[in-house]
Design a protein around this ligand. Structure first.
Ligand code: AMP
Ligand code: MN
Ligand code: MN
Length: 332
């Protein structure tokens, strides 16, 4: 049996051998995290299991159209925590990504870790981690095939949304033949591609637009115009009425400038911390840089959180980015 088959088998066993599941995705969930969480919910319910779906905070508005999204619990809003001993994490590169949902885990819990980040540190009792997958939704698609579970329209819609968002609308280099085969199969199970793309890729909120106007004014080019960075402060968030999800995609404006290798967004968050989002074009491994600051992600898209002011975070990150650019230059 190949390693992939063995991990699919172990994950299938984890599911069949247990009855009550707590399923969690990462803090500040994106389309893949939300789609994967909901897909696991539908899969488990189809198998007659009891399921609780939870996130540390609220699910972004733009994913509330997904079937089952109303049923995701907001850990922040729940006063009485119930503990669970069987847990499944979706799209979490490391344990800390579950955030405060950690308080919902019983002592001696068993955990199935389903993910696709190369920086995943295999924190599960069982790990279904495929770094060649574009999205956690793709890994779950394979698990569903492996378990010979029927693809319903609900499942297909959730999985398709994960694939669509983590491939940037089937544009990034992670858009493999397997991604397209999976998408094709999902489309034949009732997915409405136009409506989903409209909702999760095309539609922009007014606060997002206001933030973009401000962020563009902070755009700064360094390292001989190989790096472009932007900043968003707490005041910007407050004054534009933006929610956390409204900063999503801003970093691409920096990264997409012709000739730029690394695009960075420094976003001030509460408690004296800066959330750093990094995107690279073709040479710099931004996952390695994020990992150096306790974060993680993918070679071309990563993130981390740094204590201090925007200026301090900038100084520390830019030093590492400059080193990485010099290293890439030496490699040619
Ligand atoms: P973002 O810049 O938040 O859109 O994140 C880009 C990628 O990096 C996504 O795949 C995230 O899952 C991952 N990522 C972001 N922040 C972290 C973090 N603190 N730890 C691990 N992975 C992260
Ligand atoms: Mn994610
Ligand atoms: Mn993902």
């Amino acid at each position: 049996m190949s390693e992939i088959q063995a991990s699919l088998e172990a994950a299938a066993r984890f599911i069949t051998e247990n009855e009550h599941f707590l399923v969690v995705n990462h803090v500040n969930p994106d389309g893949d995290a939300t789609g994967s969480l909901l897909a696991m919910g539908w899969l488990l319910k189809q198998l007659g299991k009891q399921v609780t779906l939870v996130n540390e905070g609220t699910t972004p508005d733009k994913f509330m159209f997904l079937p089952g999204a109303m049923g995701i619990e907001n850990a922040d809003a729940v006063k009485e925590v119930t503990s669970h001993d069987v847990v499944i994490t979706c799209d979490c590169a490391d344990f800390s990504r579950v955030g405060r949902v950690e308080d919902w885990f019983a002592e001696g819990y068993h955990l199935l870790n389903i993910d696709h980040h190369p920086t995943n540190d295999l924190f599960g009792t069982v790990n279904l981690v495929r770094v060649d997958a574009a999205a956690t939704a793709e890994v779950i698609f394979d698990l569903i095939q492996h378990m010979e579970v029927e693809l319903t329209q609900e499942l297909a819609t959730c999985l398709y949304t994960g694939l669509l968002t983590d491939t940037g609308g089937f544009r990034y280099s992670n858009t493999t033949p397997h991604v397209m085969q999976a998408a094709s199969s999902l489309l034949s199970h009732g997915v409405a591609p136009g409506a989903i793309a409209e909702r999760v890729l095309e539609a922009i909120t007014k606060p997002h637009l206001e933030l973009l106007k401000r962020a563009l004014q902070t755009l700064e080019f360094t390292d001989e115009d190989q790096v472009a960075s932007m900043t968003v402060t707490l005041a910007d968030m407050r004054e534009t009425g933006a929610a956390g999800e409204d900063t999503e995609g801003l970093v691409n404006y920096a990264r997409n400038v012709e000739g730029i290798e690394v695009g960075i967004l420094y976003k001030e968050v509460p408690d004296g911390k800066i959330k750093v989002s990094m995107r690279s074009r073709s040479q710099v491994d931004v996952a390695a840089i994020a990992t150096a600051f306790g974060g993680g992600g993918h070679v071309r898209a990563s993130g981390c959180t740094i204590h201090g002011s925007i200026e301090e975070a900038k100084k520390r990150v830019e030093e590492k980015v400059s080193e990485a650019l010099q290293e890439a230059g030496r490699r040619g």
